[in-house]
Write a new protein. Sequence first.
Length: 544
Amino acid sequence: MKKMHLMMVAAGVAALTGLLGGCKSEEEYRAERAEYAVVHSQKAKYRDQLEGRKLGLLECMKYAIEHNLDVEVNKIEEAVAKEMRTAEMLGMLPELNISDTYTNRSNRPASSSENVVGDAGGTYSYSQSQDKEINYLNIDLALSLLDFGLAFFNTQQAEDRTLLRKQQTQRAMQNLTLDVAKSYFQVAAAQRAINITEPLLEKCREQRRNMVKLVKSRQITPFRGFDETKRFVGMEKRLTTYIRAYENSCVELRAQMGMYPAGKLVVDDAVLRKVPDFDLPEIELMEQIALLQRPELYCIDIQKHINIIECRKTLIQMFPNVRIYGDFTNSSNSFLYHMSWWELGIRATYNLLKLPKQIATYMAYSKQVDAEELRTFAQAIGIMAQVRIAHANLYTTKERYKIDDENYQTYAAQLKTAVRTTVTSGQLSALELTHMRLETAETEVERLMSLGNYYISYYRLLNTMGVRDLNLRTVKELKAELAQARERAEEQLKKAQAEYDEKRVARLATSPLSDDMTGKLVAKPLTKFDNVDFIAIYDQAPGK
């Protein structure tokens, strides 16, 4: 028994020493950071680089979701939230304390309990009332109703936080999908632009060298040579921009896919050979789908419920703390009449001075619930605005592509005619023909960029709606779910309509302008009680 107690003391000293020795200095942090710098730079190179493969869009998205480090961090935090929920659930268990106490006195305590040496004679002989060595074993089982209720509500909040982390992970994956789509189409467009411009760049450089020779041989004037050289240099700068854009887009795409951000990627650019025709539902339905699917709204709803539970926890803390306990004790003291005994009891405590604080806390969380209710409405309006902006941007990029496509078709037709004319009659010089080829190539690249932006605008619309696709099956299922929700919310819709009509009538009653029920504001008739220049107000009305 002595050995066991000494081991426990030694373990406590060792734990305290470990805690005190856990502090780090600035130099230690820097040394650790240097090690991470070396290790992380090498580990990034060990990840799958997908070299020599032509990647499709869906493959890039899937690989990014599986290997993106930010998404992995969100998933780990989601797992942490689940473990915290389990920990809070276990907090509802009662307390079970087991203690074992060993004491050893240097001298025996004297009293009038028992003679030590039998009949030593007289009243001056000493006696003892307890053993020199005593061991107490105590088992205490207690249940606090207040702690149990708080643990129950903490478990509900932990469940909500788990769902909150899940929605945050879902939104991170949606944003990552959009980022991958942006980088993918940028890489695809730049990749095709390079294939178009690389042979023309060499011809452009050759024409610049020829220009110098023509100036030296005085076949053209120096002024024309300067102008022509300037045109070729400007064209060369614009064409080389696509090469730099390709390299930057490859770096972004590799980083988004969790790969080492160096090197090139080959993507399948066949998607840029056709113009998609996206079949979209009506804009009002897309707004409602966004309000149904966006994880941010779920996060606000969950946070509101967390605050509601905080209100309930505050109400519980206003009640007395009732504690039910059972206690078993065993003592090795041989002088006790009973060496083992049970004890059962109920203890209730109430701190009256904490009540004002709990009331104020409850009022604060109630206001926070109202704030979350208003925040979700404000967020819903913002999301509907995002959907409309993304929808308008989709059609804007489509119109821009049509303009660039018509421009390219015009240049291509003119180039074809010029080449045919040059072959038959030789009217156009090689210099002008090279200019036409370069300008036609530039319009073709702009057309590819516009087509890539058209695809990106579609995926941006999907991102604002919080969906992966808009096929007929998905739209049909979401529309049916919204129809059921409308039936459940019929009473709330009627109440909101009645409140709107009441406010509208009150506003029109106090306004110098009235509504003729057609959406137009008209001046009310003058009365003897009016002292306002209604004509001036009417002239300032919207639409006048």
